[in-house]
Ligand binder design. Structure first.
Ligand code: FES
Length: 145
């Protein structure tokens, strides 16, 4: 992962908001860091794409009851990245479960995009005054494919 604080403490547009409806998960790389981004009914969450149980990517996981579920053993994580349920040991007390957690990142939705900051944002998401100006055209670029 890139260690430059100017970059890690800044915002990066990682996915179009329309491509992340409620219940959807996507994974991206930000500054060399694998990041999972998901939206439940209330909010968007971004975090390290590495399950704290056995290190699996969340890419093929699912969102249920507003929580992220790992595709390998089905552990459920809340929006703080804390484990809240293990299907194999459903009676495990919450205090013990929450020790299994992954790092979450600052996330923000603006200009039709999801923005992530891996560090501590020193400023808000960049201001783009042209966004609301009808004299400018918006278009979606799907990359070099
Ligand atoms: S690797 Fe994620 S629950 Fe086991």
């Amino acid at each position: 992962m890139v260690q430059d604080k100017v970059l890690t403490n800044n915002w990066h547009a990682v996915v179009l908001a329309e491509d992340l409806p409620p219940g959807k998960i996507t994974t991206v790389q930000v500054l060399g860091q694998d990041v999972v981004v998901w939206r439940n009914n209330d909010q968007i969450t971004a975090g390290e794409d590495r399950c704290p149980h056995r290190g699996t990517s969340f890419a093929r996981g699912w969102v249920k009851d507003d929580n992220l579920h790992c595709p390998y053993h089905g552990f459920a994580f809340n929006t703080l990245g804390q484990c809240i349920h293990t299907p194999c040991q459903p009676d495990t007390p919450p205090s013990k479960l929450s020790r299994a957690c992954f790092k979450t990142y600052q996330v923000h939705e603006r200009y039709g995009m999801i923005w992530v900051c891996l560090g501590t944002p020193e400023k808000s998401v960049p201001n783009i005054p042209e966004w609301e100006n009808p004299n400018y055209r918006r278009f979606k670029w799907n990359g070099p494919n």
